[in-house]
Design a protein around this ligand. Sequence first.
Ligand SMILES: C[S@@+](CC[C@H](N)C(=O)[O-])C[C@H]1O[C@@H](n2cnc3c(N)ncnc32)[C@H](O)[C@@H]1O
Length: 338
Amino acid sequence: MAGSRRLLRFDEYVSGCLYHPRLGFYRRSGRAGREGDFLTSPEVGSLFGRLMARAVDSWWEEMGRPEPFGVVEVGAGPGTLAAGILGGVRASARALRYTLVESSGVQLETARARLVGTPGVEFAEAWLPAGSEDPPLAHLVLANELLDNLAFRILESSGDGWLELHVELSGEGLGEVLLPVGGEVPFPRLPRGVRIPWQVEARRWVETTLGVRHLRRLVCIDYARTTAEMAPRRWWEWVRTYRGHGRGTHPLDSPGHQDITCDVALDQLPGSPSVISQAEFLAGIGIDEEVTRAERTWRERAPVGDLEALVARSTMAEARALTDPGGLGGFKVMQWVR
Ligand SMILES: C[S@@+](CC[C@H](N)C(=O)[O-])C[C@H]1O[C@@H](n2cnc3c(N)ncnc32)[C@H](O)[C@@H]1O
């Protein structure tokens, strides 16, 4: 219709692109995995889940072995990490009550089909929905690559204040519009034209989760840096799009057909999480021993070329991918412990 025009704040636009009930990327087919749109650590292979299962066992011991032991994984995707943890835990296995929270109904159904019959498993579409009186028991909350997928705002400095990025929808397509930002902005003045993300929703999500009764540990894994590190970069270096296993195009292209993510701004999150790289974290839970064992098996079995040899070779390749400092190994493991 000629002349019709609609304005969305950038986070509303992202939210629609990813989570619109019919047209959103994650409501259609968008997902992690080898057949999906991007490869996350659990989808690299079984090693990540096995190691996380060890971590879950040790956190259970550290918490004084609560029974039942509530673990909630938010943004669980098709359930790959859950399957790895549930299949790998030893000491805490009997006490474990594992809830997968996934807002995409399609993915939740995939996870459900995969874990059907596994004892102690629950499924939910929302974590702490407003008014919920009976949230799942959560001593431990895990979220792998969730925070970067929560809708985020984008600000641009006008030199002496802040403008906010909006998306204009008109007969001619989508375009950028900058409007004065309403209310207080918690950032220092920056040179004119500099853009930064404002991750109000990620902050709120962490804050709400930290307020949960019984919570002892929150573990979020994501690509993350500080707002100050992002400010000098061009905004499409920290806002990234993905589709069909490759990088996507401009975030305003093909709404609903590509993933839109943002590096997590560590300084915008509440509390004081400990932050280490995924490579360091995996070293702490025994990835090197797994690799040494796999290398030995590979040396012994490679001439035979049997299944054991293939599994060992796969473990070695997975470990390289999970600890690559320029890739998944450079991700940050953020932990809030109470
Ligand atoms: C990048 S994927 C990561 C999936 C999985 N954790 C992995 O590592 O392979 C992010 C997932 O979070 C889900 N998600 C986004 N916002 C959510 C929310 N508020 N509650 C639950 N799930 C959410 C999306 O549907 C998507 O499946």
